[in-house]
Design a protein around this ligand. Structure first.
Ligand code: UDP
Length: 465
């Protein structure tokens, strides 16, 4: 308490509001709602602005105030591409919500019946929010939900594009070589980031420019594994940086789920041997082809290990749900494998029966695995995932990367390496050490603990521009 008062003069009587504007994607919403809870426990009143179409279940958050803004989604059908990817919607939101966002923010700032606004925190990808914040003279902090190195790589995407990386194919010898500027990464990792690299490069250039113009960056990460990269970042981004993750250490429970959670498999999971189950999930956005889906199914069935597989409706391109499973698959794996649409991932990872996490290497999933100490098999799809997978497998050595995509023989081999081989034992030891580092970073004086204190102090003493 005494120390709190030293670092935060207003800790006992903060009476300010923080306005958050999260991006309505699961991997962005979950950590940002966790951040909102943390700020709330530190004494701030929380207001969440959200696009009308993506309304969170407000009864889950009785302490927060919500403001819905119009997003024009009812008109979107006329020019939506056949297979829209996440960046289509993010661009759409940036361009179509901006006026209603400005009006909403202006109204909130003018409301003198509420405590004064300390700052605005938006997802980094709402880059147009910086101009709005500047025009209304409110400090904007950005929340970055991925690994630290991703922002540097995104900053350089246009450079990689000009260098011709995205024209390279598997047959080019360069494809497998390391990126000179980021020796942890291979050129093929960069190629995998974007299906439309020119557009993504331009979009990320805007995002990075507005991060640099912001009043600070909040990172869902902890320092230890990313320390060398953080130094690199500090040389180019002169704004304050707060590394207070992994945020699930504060609120481990799954919150803000956009899909309904299935819990019916828990009695089956409880009956499995310790560390015997492969948990498979490719997150909330990644999509795979029908043939990749079949390879996953064969790979899982062939190893003989029990498995719990999350198949999100729409995850398999051109299908509703399980239509493309190999013939008689469900009969073949009856009792051995379960398939669900969505589950409480944090509880599954923490379950004693879970032995390995086969993931698409989303940043939240990766942090959740580290916090619990479960080694990974990585099959990244797009954006930050290939970067995260490379760090998990080659730098931190806590997982195995399916280098050549989804193919049943490689899947079977990777599962056996993690579950049965000495190599898997080594990964378990290294991830346990990393988990210990997380615990240390949250103790008094640890990096995440100190970072949270400085963030609270910083927010409560920010001046309007
Ligand atoms: N998740 C979940 N249930 C599932 C699958 C995923 O609760 O069945 C959660 C997972 O715990 C994580 C988030 O969804 O917090 C996915 O975020 P991530 O950054 O890993 O991937 P993204 O969905 O953004 O690609």
């Amino acid at each position: 308490m005494e120390e709190d008062q030293q670092t935060n003069p207003r800790s006992s009587q903060i009476c300010q509001r923080v306005i958050l504007f999260p991006l309505p994607y699961q991997g962005h919403l979950t950590p940002m709602f966790r951040l909102a809870y943390i700020l709330h426990t530190q004494g701030f009143k929380i207001t969440i602005i959200h696009p009308q179409q993506f309304s969170p279940n407000q009864s889950n958050y009785p302490h927060f105030t919500f403001k819905s803004i119009s997003d024009g989604f009812s008109d979107i059908q006329s020019y939506m591409p056949e297979q829209p990817d996440a960046s289509f919607f993010i661009n759409y939101l940036n361009n179509n919500c901006i006026n209603s966002f400005r009006d909403c923010l202006a109204e909130l700032l003018a409301d003198h019946n509420e405590p004064p606004v300390a700052c605005l925190i938006t997802d980094a990808e709402y880059y147009l929010a910086q101009d709005v914040a500047n025009s209304l003279k409110v400090p904007r902090l950005v929340f970055w939900p991925c690994t630290i190195v991703a922002v540097l790589v995104y900053r350089d995407l246009s450079f990689f594009y000009d260098k011709g990386y995205f024209n390279l194919t598997r047959k080019d010898p360069e494809f497998e070589t390391r990126v000179p500027k980021y020796p942890a990464l291979k050129i093929k990792d960069i190629v995998k980031i974007a299906t439309n690299p020119k557009d993504l490069g331009e979009f990320q250039t805007n995002v990075v420019k507005q991060i640099k113009a912001s009043s600070g960056i909040i990172w869902n990460s902890f320092i230890q594994p990313e320390e060398p990269i953080l130094e690199n970042l500090r040389q180019d981004f002169s704004v304050p940086i707060f590394t207070l993750g992994p945020l699930q250490m504060y609120f481990p429970a799954s919150i803000s789920n956009l899909l309904e959670q299935d819990r019916s498999f828990f009695s089956w999971l409880d009956a499995q041997a310790p560390k015997s189950v492969i948990y498979v999930s490719f997150g909330s956005i990644a999509r795979i082809s029908q043939s990749e889906f079949q390879e996953v199914a064969h790979g899982l069935a062939n190893t003989g290990f029990p498995f719990l597989w999350v198949v999100r409706p729409g995850m398999v391109k051109g299908s509703e749900w399980l239509e493309w499973l190999p013939e008689n698959f469900l009969e073949k794996v009856a009792g051995k494998g379960r398939i669900v649409k969505w589950c409480p991932q944090d509880e599954v990872l923490a379950h004693p029966a879970t032995g390995c996490f086969w993931t698409h290497s989303g940043w939240n999933s990766t942090l959740e695995s580290i916090c619990i100490g479960v080694p990974m098999i990585c099959s990244p799809c797009v954006v930050g995932q290939p970067i995260v997978a490379r760090y998990v497998c080659d730098v931190w050595k806590i997982g195995i990367l399916l280098e050549n995509g989804l193919e049943r023989m490689s899947i079977e081999r990777a599962i056996k390496r993690v579950m049965l081989d000495k190599e898997g034992e080594g990964m378990r030891q290294r991830i346990s050490r990393l988990k210990e580092e997380v615990t240390i970073s949250f103790k008094e004086g640890g990096s995440s603990h100190m970072s949270l204190k400085s963030l609270i102090y910083y927010i409560s003493s920010l001046q309007f521009l």
